[in-house]
Design a protein around this ligand. Structure first.
Ligand SMILES: Nc1nc2c([nH]c(=O)n2[C@H]2C[C@H](O)[C@@H](COP(=O)(O)OP(=O)(O)OP(=O)(O)O)O2)c(=O)[nH]1
Length: 169
């Protein structure tokens, strides 16, 4: 990429709703569409729907006290300058000590407190024989379609259960 291209690429993120005729205002950070599509403004939490042999990997939170014991997908906040795929790969390395390949989106964005959104991507292990381990969490578990209701999911993840089920079937 040439030196002149970088600013254009950055600006490109802001031009999706530029006015198509004079007099229409530019998007503002508080516009709902802008907030959801721009991780830099409000924050995107990415989650990996890691599937192996028809089962989805879930992990059990150890903290904070209000959510300890509840289950979620591996993932976390997209840091400044990271792509969502990179953030997912980093989080899976930190949390599970595995290398993943990131696939397509799963389900819709789910709003989280504080104006953030939870955004899930399908993922698979680069080396299927590698066994994820709970580095920061209490436990990890591979759940088949019939096991999805067995664990106490975080509220946002509960909303995504139909999408998880569809991914597994
Ligand atoms: N990773 C993950 N977080 C989820 C899920 N569902 C859900 O509501 N969350 C929420 C819990 C937290 O409020 C937030 C992510 O927190 P986190 O602790 O995993 O993020 P992080 O690793 O980047 O932590 P931090 O450094 O920003 O505190 O998103 C999920 O399936 N996976």
């Amino acid at each position: 990429m040439g030196a002149q291209d970088a600013p254009k690429a950055t600006l490109g993120r802001l031009t999706w709703s530029l006015p198509d005729r004079p007099g229409r205002r530019l998007p503002r950070a508080r516009d709902p569409g802008f907030r959801v599509d721009s991780g830099a403004v409000n924050g995107v939490i990415v989650g990996a729907a890691l599937v192996r042999d028809g089962k989805l990997l879930a992990q059990q939170r150890a903290w904070p006290p209000g959510h300890a014991g509840q289950w979620e997908l591996p993932g976390g906040r997209v840091e400044d300058g990271e792509s969502e795929a990179f953030a997912l790969a980093r989080e899976c390395s930190e949390e599970l000590d595995v290398v993943i390949e990131v696939g397509a989106r799963v389900g819709e964005d789910v709003p989280l407190p504080g104006g953030k959104v939870l955004r899930i991507y399908a993922a698979k292990l680069v080396s299927p024989g590698e066994e994820p381990r709970a580095v920061e969490h209490r436990a990890v578990r591979w759940l088949g379609p019939d096991d999805l209701d067995d664990v106490d999911w975080l509220p946002a993840d509960r909303l995504l259960l139909p999408a998880f089920r569809e991914l597994l079937n």
